[in-house]
Design a protein around this ligand. Structure first.
Ligand code: ATP
Ligand code: MG
Length: 343
């Protein structure tokens, strides 16, 4: 029996967070994110350990999500699951769990591209965007500008030619030893916090590719400039705050400038900013100011839906389900895969 609001269990295990959400149609009944801490000991994510941790956590996180939604597993109508891009061993855990559930219960499984989840995350809010819109996906592994014409219609307009902006935040936090536990999920928020007490014009840092004609980005030169500034200096607290504020301003300037350029080039007046770095407080105010100055509609999801979460996978699965789409149980995970469908 097909209802308009199926009960969707969504699973996201592309990196180091085990996330499970329950959605009734577009309404989130629960969204659980369990972060792994193993990376702390090794100064970053170790793929083998991340997949083992997902394996240990997945059943508990599914149970917690079902309990918070007050659902039984037998009530689930559809399983949504991230299958690309990400760490292969991590993706395997979520995907195989989803397959087992779909096969055992005889219900449809819908494989979701992680970046499509980020791009559609604002549909989890009360103020969703209308089409077309320019999406800036700015996360730990990606920095991309996409033209979103409809559900399923994505055109890649620009991407980073080296590091992602989030990766750059993580490295700067590590250079400055901001988080003694080395948790990548805390790196961006810690730079953000230190920057809030610093002066954005204190350190002169480059804005790579700011005035290049295309819509691509580059962040590795900025990362190196921060490293060179730190080398041989022993920074006090105030100087660390100033460096964080100056770095954050440089990243935000580039992201904002290129996004505005995309809006102008394609005559689009709606922007979505999404992915973990969209949680950044300076980015949020800079985009809000620019949007109001230029009369653009701006949609940035709440922080919990910017960083990795399964609710965004669930709502994306819902849209595919509405279109009558489902995945075969022979679906395999993919470590890399560009989101670029022109329909
Ligand atoms: N307040 C913040 N300011 C700046 N960066 C932040 C903030 N909060 C989180 N981040 C950054 O967001 C990134 C994590 O985002 P996300 O979870 O979307 O990445 P990912 O899923 O690992 O990568 P991808 O989505 O590209 O596969 C990290 O690099 C983190 O430092
Ligand atoms: Mg992500």
């Amino acid at each position: 029996m097909k209802s308009d609001s199926p009960r969707i269990l969504a699973i996201e295990t592309s990196c180091d967070d085990t996330s499970v959400a329950c959605l009734e149609g577009m309404t989130v009944a629960s969204s659980v994110v369990s972060s792994q801490l193993d990376g702390a000991k090794f100064g970053g994510i170790v793929p083998e350990l991340a997949s083992r941790a997902h394996q240990a956590n997945i059943v508990h996180v599914v149970r917690r999500s079902l309990a918070e939604a007050s659902w039984e597993i037998s009530q689930v109508d559809v399983v949504g699951v991230t299958y690309a891009p990400g760490l292969l061993g991590s993706l395997f855990v979520g995907l195989n769990f989803a397959k087992g559930l779909a096969y055992g219960r005889g219900i449809p499984m819908i494989g979701v591209h992680h970046l499509e989840g980020h791009v559609l995350a604002p549909f989890l809010t009360d103020n969703p965007p209308t089409f077309p819109y320019i999406a800036l996906v700015v996360s730990g592994g990606h920095t991309q500008l996409l033209m979103v014409r409809a559900i399923g219609s994505y055109e890649l307009l620009g991407t980073t030619v080296d590091d992602a902006a989030g990766e750059c935040y993580d490295k700067v936090a590590r250079f400055l030893k901001l988080d003694p536990q080395g948790r990548s999920s805390m790196a961006g928020p810690m730079v953000d916090e230190r920057a809030s007490s610093g002066r954005a014009d204190a350190v002169d840092l480059p804005r790579p590719m700011l005035s290049s004609p295309e819509l691509n980005f580059s962040f590795s030169g900025l990362k190196t400039a921060v490293l060179n500034f730190i080398k041989g200096r022993s920074l006090n607290d105030l100087e660390v705050n100033d460096l964080c504020a100056s770095f954050q301003e440089a990243v935000t300037d580039v992201l904002l400038h290129k996004t505005m350029k995309a809006c102008q080039a394609f005559g689009v007046d709606r922007i979505v900013v999404t992915g973990g770095v969209a949680a950044n407080s300076r980015l949020r105010t800079a985009f809000a100011d620019a949007a109001s100055r230029h009369g653009l509609a701006l949609h940035i999801p709440p922080v919990a839906y910017c960083t990795d979460n399964a609710a965004m996978i669930g709502i994306t699965a819902f849209f595919h389900w509405q279109r009558g789409e489902q995945s075969g149980l022979d679906l395999v995970p993919r470590a890399t895969m560009v989101l670029d469908h022109k329909t």
